[in-house]
Design a protein around this ligand. Structure first.
Ligand code: SF4
Length: 322
């Protein structure tokens, strides 16, 4: 069963430039599903729309157009979700200092959501539950940390607490948005291992947003690559890493120091541009080393070129059909 269904989702941000109104097309017609217990990695450079997609799905941002269903129930068109659904969809943000209220101790920040959602039989039960999970997660001495304020903890400790806070609510779906990118390299593995242990033990589905392609491969069952608000390739993680088809995915992998076997980087021109006007042709064409005339004229559709394998590229589609 699908835990999430996303259809033609769009988010345009209005922008005034030289007196004219434009729209930044952060997410521009994205469709996919996520099965129960599945982990889907969302990959792409900064500005490709992956974080906006995470905010739309966790209902912290309202879409411009499109539909989102959570377990067959429509959750788009409003940010006011019923309390039970709000509990079942959780998000972990990139910067843990943004996700804790500096006026509360970290213990209270974990306790309040449990109390609101009536998880645990009593206040003592809730406190004990938090302390027990802190101990299991290596957040010791737990009683001392419980009483501290966010600014008194390290980024790694705080991110582990934000993962615990989300998972204590027993969500069905979790969005993890670049959740280790701001942490020291030395603590990243511990934080990812804690996240994976909790997600797997509760069989939670997860959208794992990252620009780190090797981390995306390690964590995900399936990978979705985004470029300028669109999905350009979507396939099981092993398949996409062993044999990327879209030129952008090939380039991303060729620049990953841990994944590329041969030192053959594919050259790429320029940087991701902000998409303000109606695009003509393939959005990747100005940077694509394989672009042909058709690429500048017609936008490629995301096509299933083999079972469970989707690519948006004229050249790949032509080769698959020949
Ligand atoms: Fe490159 Fe053309 Fe494919 Fe776009 S459609 S990725 S420009 S080859």
């Amino acid at each position: 069963m699908n835990v999430l269904e996303v259809k033609n989702l769009k988010k345009y941000f209005p922008l005034r430039k030289f007196g004219k109104k434009h729209y930044v097309r952060a997410v521009d017609g994205v469709s996919f599903t996520i099965k129960e217990g599945e982990i889907i990695g969302i990959l792409g450079e900064s500005g490709c729309g992956k974080s906006t997609l995470g905010l739309l799905i966790s209902r912290l941002e309202l879409e411009t157009e499109g539909e989102i269903k959570f377990k067959d129930q429509k959750i788009s068109e409003t940010l006011k979700l019923p309390k039970d659904i709000r509990r079942r969809i959780q998000i972990i943000l990139q910067n843990p200092y943004d996700s804790f209220d500096p006026r509360f101790t970290v213990g209270d920040s974990l306790f309040i959501p449990l109390k609101i959602n009536q998880i645990g039989d009593s206040d003592d039960d809730r406190r004990n539950m938090i302390l027990e999970h802190m101990e299991k997660s290596g957040l010791t001495p737990s009683k001392d940390l419980y009483r501290r304020y966010p600014h008194e903890l390290s980024g790694g400790q705080l991110q582990r607490l934000s993962i615990l806070r989300a998972m204590l609510l027993k969500p069905d779906f979790l969005v993890a948005d670049e959740c280790v990118s701001m942490l020291d390299v030395s603590v990243r593995a511990d934080v990812i291992n804690l996240l994976m242990d909790l997600v797997q033990s509760l069989d939670t589905s997860m959208m794992f947003i990252t620009h780190d392609i090797s981390l995306g491969r390690y964590v995900s069952d399936r990978i979705l690559v985004m470029y300028l608000g669109k999905i350009v390739e979507m396939a099981p993680a092993d398949v996409i890493m062993e044999n990327p088809l879209h030129p952008y995915t090939k380039i991303l992998i060729s620049y990953s120091p841990t994944l590329i076997k041969k030192k053959t980087r594919i050259p790429i021109k320029g940087e991701v541009q902000t998409l303000l006007s109606e695009p003509k042709g393939c959005r990747f064409a100005p940077r694509c080393p394989y672009a042909q005339d058709i690429c500048y004229q017609i936008e490629p559709n995301l096509v299933e070129i083999s079972p469970n394998r989707f690519v948006a590229c004229h050249i790949v589609e032509k080769e698959a059909r020949s």
